[in-house]
Design a protein around this ligand. Structure first.
Ligand code: HEM
Length: 555
């Protein structure tokens, strides 16, 4: 009797989901593209903590567990081009929750991400990172415009100059001499700290020790943000649980502490800024992102007092929401790109020599005046390394959108191109690994070759050549393009140029290991990636790089 009582809710749950799966399958059939059936979706919040317990299903015979990979938001990071080469550029992930049309077909990407008004982010995704307040990433339509207008003012050429100088200063302070051999895990922590230092200083005017715990705090800034980002998916569960602390599992208790700690750091940064702005006279050229954001917000408030229009400034919680999302979007993306770029260069010594040639020509000889303005635009090859790294290891694998009303979508089918009508509630996911590794790039699409991003102008000068259209779009494009695009490019180029001006990067070899074998092993480790807010390696301790001194520091 009790067995029936206990099993009844589960049976009802499974029956309900089976009915939904059938309904969604029938709806998916009318798209005339291949369908992958999934018992759970990456949108099911309850599945997130359970998912690691089911990793064994992937090892089941006869591909019985092939669905498992698609049950995490960033599945293209692991899947790369495999499913696209098997099923084509468009297919449907059909789950009991809803259907997701996954596509890397350029006309579809152009439509969905180019016409963002008609294709907003679905709430289930946009609200994921809004636990400090609504922000530029969590809003759509007029609300998004309001956030974007204020936050975008934070990105200027002066900010880029700051990013350049701060990156160079921070790289110089890393002791590659003492710790010349680093596993890829250690490379990641080095760049995690460096990217955070640059963002904290240029973004939030905080030149503070990031890894120690200051008085009044329970965690360091780096510790609290790191923990939130590592477990950010759990915040979905955390936000829906209203249970008292004592009933929460240890990991959620810690997450609660980290969320509170980071809120305190944000409050302190805003307060410090407010106090400083009362005492100091404006210093031209030294404006943090936070300062620019708060200033723009204050200006909006003043403007509002003169008019009767609707509020255009940010509320306090929205300000924190934006500060958090800038940290989220601006730190891990850059750190992960840097972590992949150096080992790629180590495994491709000819490409590294090609980059060093440029660095020696333009960076080592640079003058200190207007260093950013004069030198950055010349470092074409360094920027090409960033593009190629992002093509192969993008931190944004799948972005989803859903139309407000039934909307036409171009799709590629086995019978050729056509259009289908997508109903509200159905997701369309831009599969960016599919686009970036597409055979449209040629037979060497999977090879690391930054030269593909460089062309020669009619005057014989090298310049960055990025393919037209959404075949390559790591920062996406259109009005909702990443506002930190230039900032991240400047930071990346400054870092590569500064490191390469003094160091050469070799593959870390095992005892008695041949150079070619070591390079193959390194590339094998780089291939095994997964997504958690950005791209991570599954086995970062199984390969590494060695910094070999080329010349003394440039002064
Ligand atoms: C390699 C570096 C970076 C990459 C590949 C990247 C990529 C992206 C992508 C793909 C989006 C669109 C997300 C979506 O629409 O769902 C985005 C949005 C955003 N990024 Fe970046 N990003 C990078 C660095 C940065 C940096 C350094 C900052 C800030 C300091 C930043 C701030 C933002 C913000 C605030 C948004 C939301 C914009 C909006 O929705 O209007 N990003 N980024």
């Amino acid at each position: 009797m009790w067995t029936y009582v206990l099993l009844a809710p589960f049976s009802l749950f499974f029956a309900y989901r089976a009915c939904n799966l059938l309904r969604n399958y029938l709806a998916a059939r009318r798209y005339s593209v291949p369908i992958i059936l999934l018992p759970v979706s990456f949108e099911d919040a309850w599945w997130i903590p359970l998912r690691p317990l089911f990793s064994w299903v992937e090892r089941l015979p006869f591909n019985l567990g092939s669905w498992y990979i698609f049950t995490t938001m960033g599945w293209p990071t692991e899947d790369e081009y495999r499913t696209v080469s098997r099923l084509g550029e468009t297919f449907v992930l059909c789950s009991p929750t809803r259907n997701t049309i996954a596509t890397c077909y350029p006309p579809a990407l152009q439509k969905v991400f180019g016409e963002h008004k008609n294709w907003p982010q679905p709430e289930s995704q946009s609200q994921m990172f809004a636990f400090y307040g609504q922000n530029v990433s969590s809003t759509n339509g007029a609300e998004w415009q309001r956030h974007r207008k204020i936050t975008a003012r934070a990105f200027s050429e002066a900010t880029c100059r700051e990013a350049w100088q701060e990156t160079v200063r921070r790289v110089k302070s890393v002791d590659f001499e003492r710790e010349s051999e680093r596993t890829l895990g250690r490379v990641r922590t080095t760049f995690d700290l460096l990217a955070m230092q640059v963002l904290a200083n240029v973004g939030f005017g905080q030149d503070i020790e990031l890894t120690s715990v200051p008085p009044g705090h329970r965690e360091s800034l780096m510790g609290s943000l790191g923990f939130i980002l590592e477990h950010v998916m759990l915040t979905l569960v955390f936000n829906s649980l209203k249970a008292p602390d004592i009933m929460l599992p240890g990991i959620l208790k810690r997450l609660k502490v980290s969320v509170a700690e980071f809120r305190l750091y944000m409050k302190e940064a805003v307060l410090r800024h407010m106090q400083a702005s009362k005492t100091k006279t404006d210093q031209p050229g030294r404006t943090s992102l936070l300062e620019a954001m708060v200033k723009a917000n204050e200006a909006e408030k003043q403007q509002l007092q003169k008019t009767t229009s609707r509020p255009s400034y940010l509320t306090e919680s929205e300000l924190y929401g934006n500060i958090f999302v800038f940290n989220l979007a601006g730190y891990e993306t850059t750190a992960s790109t840097l972590t992949f770029a150096l080992p790629y260069l180590a495994a491709h010594p000819e490409t590294q020599d090609w980059v060093i040639e440029e660095v020696d020509r333009y960076y080592v000889q640079r003058s200190t005046d207007d260093e950013y303005e004069n030198t950055y635009p010349k470092l074409v090859r360094c920027l090409a390394v960033m593009h190629e790294t992002l093509r192969l290891a993008s931190p944004a694998p799948l972005l989803v959108r859903s139309p407000n009303e039934p909307t036409e979508l171009p799709v590629s089918t086995s019978d050729g191109p056509t259009t289908v009508t997508v109903d509200p509630g159905t997701l369309v996911g831009g599969n960016f690994y599919g686009a970036h590794l597409s055979s449209r790039w040629g037979p060497d699409a999977e090879t690391f070759d930054p030269k593909r991003f460089v062309s020669i102008s009619s005057a014989g000068e090298e310049r960055v050549a990025v393919p037209e259209g959404p075949m390559y779009c790591p920062w996406i494009f259109g009005t909702r393009v990443c506002p930190g695009k230039k900032f991240s490019q400047v930071e990346f180029v400054a870092l590569i140029a500064q490191i390469m001006s003094e160091w050469k990067i070799d593959v870390l070899r095992l005892e008695g290991e041949d150079e070619q074998v070591a390079r193959g092993r390194l590339m094998g480790v780089l291939k095994e990636k997964y997504f958690n807010i950005s791209t991570h390696l599954k086995r970062p301790e199984d390969a590494g790089v060695r910094f070999v001194r080329r010349r003394r520091a440039h002064v």
